[in-house]
Design a protein around this ligand. Structure first.
Ligand SMILES: CCCCCCCCCCCCCCCCCCCCCC(=O)SCCNC(=O)CCNC(=O)[C@H](O)C(C)(C)COP(=O)(O)OP(=O)(O)OC[C@H]1O[C@@H](n2cnc3c(N)ncnc32)[C@H](O)[C@@H]1OP(=O)(O)O
Ligand SMILES: NC(=O)C1=CN([C@@H]2O[C@H](COP(=O)(O)OP(=O)(O)OC[C@H]3O[C@@H](n4cnc5c(N)ncnc54)[C@H](OP(=O)(O)O)[C@@H]3O)[C@@H](O)[C@H]2O)C=CC1
Length: 519
């Protein structure tokens, strides 16, 4: 039996961010490998007209949890949804619930965060500080009042120090104390906050990575006597193996780009083809989280250990390889109703990138909107395209650089695991076959995100053929119009044209004469 799986048996586990991408896979693995755990408390807020229970039951009833229902049929009884808004004081948790959490929790996995890179129109700096920094502080305070707590696992990101090139498994100090930032946001005017934000975040590319760095500092400062560990994953991608390959559920990071490329909206991107695409499968991250939870509780390291979970250092893939494989998969398994044929041009040049944006992205969107207007429908493509290009521009920082993350602690942990634990909680991505993984990833985006049926593939292929013919026809027409205009204006173009025509005529005459002779 796996030592780690046995460790979670009978435990009460508190998860924040359980309704998120990582949180769902964490719950699934916990229930599947330790069905005898006591309870999982999930801090949830009502959303989109759904109550807490409805939200949680919807997750439990999803395909992701199919295997769980076989090994843990009473899963619904083992999950306790607790109303909480992490942006509020004491998370707005009721007194009774708080009492239960404080007296029963054994392990905390803190996954909740806003992963939005920042939108100045939405007061994101305050929201991000509240959730990624203040909420972490509050949760640590709560944790310090939990007598049965054995481990507190904080999920950060490998990019929390992306202003550095080489990143060690240590907590780096931020130039401004988190407490000062939290205090000042309480009384500063929104307009002033917007003004000082760029000065505060300095060489961090966005408010997300900056607040995650602040969050780590808070963990260090408020750790008290707790057993804490920090996990830093790189770009979290679809599942590799468990519970089945290719599962994804949001459009963040690569997922949105894969959809936009497969649907033919995005055909070029400013990216360094040889830069490392440091994607890490979500199930690998979850396996490390559970191993770290066990190790932190049982071995109680003297200081807060940081664990990097990245792929580039041991099994690197680059954006070029990823792009080629994504396109190859679209050939076999196209997405339904594409706008244009999928293509992927990478450029590192700003001018070329702007050219592609104008010609390959904005112009077709404008033409399509004209068509919609002419046919009495509401134009929408230009708006969609602008939004997409804005999102892509936010990701550019990460696809034009490579980082080196040291992984001493992660390797140390791997060596501490029994062979059985190494198998059940595998976080060694050396065995990951990128081509297979990317193909499953794209397939997963199609099935689980776009909810497209595989039966629609022949029709999608037909549509791609039609789009290719339209593309050739359009280009030929464009060429002929350009040529006609050139001929009308330039003697030289006319001379070239007559030369080509007379050459073709002579060639054809010679060919006809020689074939007549043979007969
Ligand atoms: C041709 C090339 C082909 C290539 C071939 C393919 C090869 C594969 C290549 C892959 C290269 C990938 C590189 C990844 C690098 C990741 C690095 C991560 C590093 C850190 C990792 C982390 O540690 S953490 C996870 C990352 N964190 C995000 O990735 C959040 C992004 N996101 C936002 O920062 C906000 O979302 C933002 C946009 C501000 C709007 O923010 P906002 O407040 O204005 O509005 P909302 O978020 O409410 O969204 C408003 C509407 O935008 C829609 N939308 C939201 N996101 C969208 C999205 N990604 N793509 C499309 N559409 C999106 C949404 O669906 C809404 O649409 P609608 O209104 O119709 O419902
Ligand atoms: N995805 C990635 O590529 C990476 C993620 N990470 C880190 O992993 C962790 C999980 O990320 P991921 O699962 O992708 O993120 P998601 O955006 O999918 O999930 C975020 C979670 O936080 C919850 N949450 C947000 N605001 C509140 C609030 N006010 N009160 C209560 N809950 C709230 C969300 O709840 P709700 O459903 O109600 O919105 C959701 O459950 C984060 O800490 C992130 O920084 C690190 C590296 C990469």
């Amino acid at each position: 039996m796996s030592t780690i799986a046995a460790f979670y048996g009978g435990k009460s586990i508190l998860i924040t961010g359980a309704t998120g991408f990582l949180g769902k896979v964490l719950m699934e693995k916990l229930f599947r490998t330790s069905p005898d755990l006591k309870v999982i408390y999930v801090l949830v807020r009502p959303k989109a007209g759904q109550t807490l229970q409805q939200r949680v039951f919807q997750i439990l009833d999803s395909k992701l949890f199919e295997k769980v229902k076989e090994v843990c049929p009473n899963v619904h009884e083992k999950i306790r949804a607790i109303y909480a808004d992490l942006n509020q004081n004491d998370f707005a948790i009721s007194k009774e619930d708080m009492q239960e959490l404080l007296s029963c929790t054994n392990i905390i996995f803190h996954c909740a965060a806003t992963v939005c890179f920042g939108n100045p129109q939405r007061n994101i700096p305050i929201h991000a500080v509240q959730l990624n920094v203040t909420a972490t502080q509050q949760l640590l305070l709560m944790a310090s009042q939990m007598p049965k707590l054995e481990a507190f696992i904080h999920i950060s990101t490998a990019y929390s120090n992306c202003n550095l090139k080489h990143i060690d498994e240590v907590i780096y100090p931020c130039p401004v104390e988190p407490k000062k930032i939290i205090d000042s946001l309480e009384w500063l005017d929104d307009a002033i906050i917007d003004e000082i934000t760029p000065k505060l975040i300095r060489d961090w590319p966005n408010i997300y990575t900056y607040t995650k760095a602040l969050g780590e500092m808070v963990v260090q400062q408020e750790s008290r006597n707790l057993n804490i560990a920090i996990i830093r994953p790189s770009i979290v991608g679809a599942t590799w193996q468990e519970p089945f390959p290719g599962w994804v559920d949001n459009i963040n990071g690569p997922n949105g780009i894969i959809i936009a490329t497969g649907k033919g909206f995005l055909r070029a991107i400013k990216a360094t083809p040889m830069a490392v695409a440091d994607v890490i499968p979500v199930d690998t991250v979850v396996n490390l989280m559970l191993a770290v939870g066990w190790y932190t509780a049982v071995h109680r390291p003297k200081s807060t250990l940081v664990y990097h979970i990245t792929s580039g250092n041991i099994n690197p893939c680059n954006w070029h390889k990823m792009g080629v494989q994504v396109l190859a998969t679209f050939e076999k398994i196209p997405f339904e109703r594409p706008f244009r044929r999928p293509n992927a041009n990478f450029t590192t040049n700003s001018f070329t990138s702007q050219y592609w944006n104008a010609v390959s992205h904005r112009a077709p969107a404008i033409i399509y909107d004209c068509y919609l207007r002419l046919t009495g429908r509401k134009p929408r493509m230009t708006k969609l395209m602008n939004r997409l290009l804005r999102t892509v521009s936010m990701l550019e920082y990460f696809i034009n650089r490579s980082w080196e993350w040291s992984t001493y602690n992660t390797e140390m942990l791997m060596s501490e695991l029994s062979p059985e634990d190494q198998r059940v909680f595998n976080f060694d991505v050396r065995q990951l076959n990128w081509l297979e993984y990317i193909e499953n990833y794209v397939l997963g985006v199609k099935k689980y995100l776009l909810k497209e049926d595989m039966a629609g593939i022949p029709e999608a292929k037909q549509r791609l053929k039609r789009l290719r013919n339209i593309h050739y026809l359009f280009n030929t027409a464009l060429f002929l119009i350009a040529w006609r205009l050139l001929i009308a204006r330039s003697q030289m173009a006319r001379n070239v044209w007559f030369f080509i025509v007379s050459f073709c005529y002579k060639f054809l005459s010679y060919f006809r004469a020689s074939s007549t002779l043979k007969v």
